[in-house]
Write a protein that binds this ligand. Structure first.
Ligand code: RIB
Length: 305
């Protein structure tokens, strides 16, 4: 039943703005938030809140003042920090985030300790007994590939959230993944064209199945998602209706929710609905890890819509 998340942990500095900044312009923020983030940490929080079994988080913090406060924030949100390593001489990861009045965001990540893993990645023991393993791309590619192989060798289903998408090396990552979950931008980076509707997303999902993964899930934000499997199954999941105020960590809540659902044996369509509900609920709160919904909130949204 267990889940392992290998990924990043960041200090998120988030400013709310009316409009995204343009080059050369100084503007006043309408709000500010400092909190726990990093795609890995957000997904670990989501899996911990939503899964019925144990969750391990394998990540690196820096040997700076922020490192221990990130560890404390993770513990405070219930995440097991036994596999959190401190990288000597490195700063902790950081993300500079803008959220505009339409709730969209732009994020610039400073990798720091997250990018200091050696090509061997974490120890194989991190994946012992693991049923589902979750990866993103805020860790070095070689370390991530090595970790995905260790997860697979332990018998885990490997989910890759290809975010942020890399300009090179994606095929080697896709070859190791059982499931990938790109959003429209990441799908464009992988397939060459940005899907804007369900049919286009379906085409992209089908074409990406030919590059390794058994299942490709193309997330379309407020438009729902399309999925395709290597065995020829495909479909759509309608979005849940919520009042979105901040889309940061919506994708991470989706991925953590998907891992939780698959680890407890849900069928694919039910797991996608569960993950979609988790992603939708994350948009109704500000922040990253702090915006991840609880199991009770997700179950209530699913039974209410
Ligand atoms: O997906 C959202 C996350 O991306 C933020 O928490 C930020 O830290 C970046 O990793």
């Amino acid at each position: 039943m267990s889940i392992t998340v290998f990924g990043s942990v960041n200090l998120d500095l988030t400013v709310s703005v009316e409009q995204m900044p343009e080059p050369g312009v100084t503007s006043h923020a309408t709000g500010f938030l400092k909190g726990l983030g990093g795609k890995g940490a957000n997904q670990a929080v989501a899996a911990t809140r939503l899964a019925k079994g144990p969750v391990r988080f394998v990540a690196a913090i820096g040997a700076d003042a922020f490192g221990e406060s990130l560890r404390a924030s993770l513990s405070g949100l219930g995440v097991d920090t036994d596999n959190l390593v401190t990288m000597p001489d490195k700063d902790s990861g950081m993300a500079l985030i803008h959220v505009d009045a339409t709730s969209q965001n732009t994020i610039t990540v400073v990798g720091g300790a997250n990018m200091a893993w050696s090509p061997e990645g974490p120890d194989a023991s991190c994946f012992e007994g693991c049923k589902v393993a979750l990866f993103q791309l805020e860790t070095p590619q070689q370390a991530t590939i090595a970790a995905m192989r260790k997860a697979k060798a332990a018998g885990a289903k490997v989910i890759l959230d290809p975010a942020p998408i890399a300009a090179t090396g994606m095929d080697a990552l896709l070859a190791e993944a059982d499931i990938i979950t790109p959003n429209e931008t990441e799908a464009a980076g992988l397939a060459g064209s940005k899907p804007t509707n369900f049919d286009e997303a379906l085409d992209v999902a089908r074409s990406l199945c030919g590059r390794g993964p058994e299942i490709v899930i193309v997330k379309l934000g407020a438009k729902g998602l399309a999925y395709a499997t290597k065995s020829g199954k495909s479909g759509k999941v309608e979005p849940f209706k919520v009042r979105a105020i901040d889309t940061v960590a919506a994708g991470d809540s989706f991925n953590g929710g998907l891992a939780a659902a698959l680890a407890e044996g849900m069928e694919l369509e039910a797991a996608l609905r569960f993950a979609s509900a988790a992603g939708a609920l994350a948009t109704t709160k500000k922040g990253a890890s702090e915006a991840v919904p609880s199991r009770a909130e997700v179950d209530a949204l699913i039974s209410g819509q």
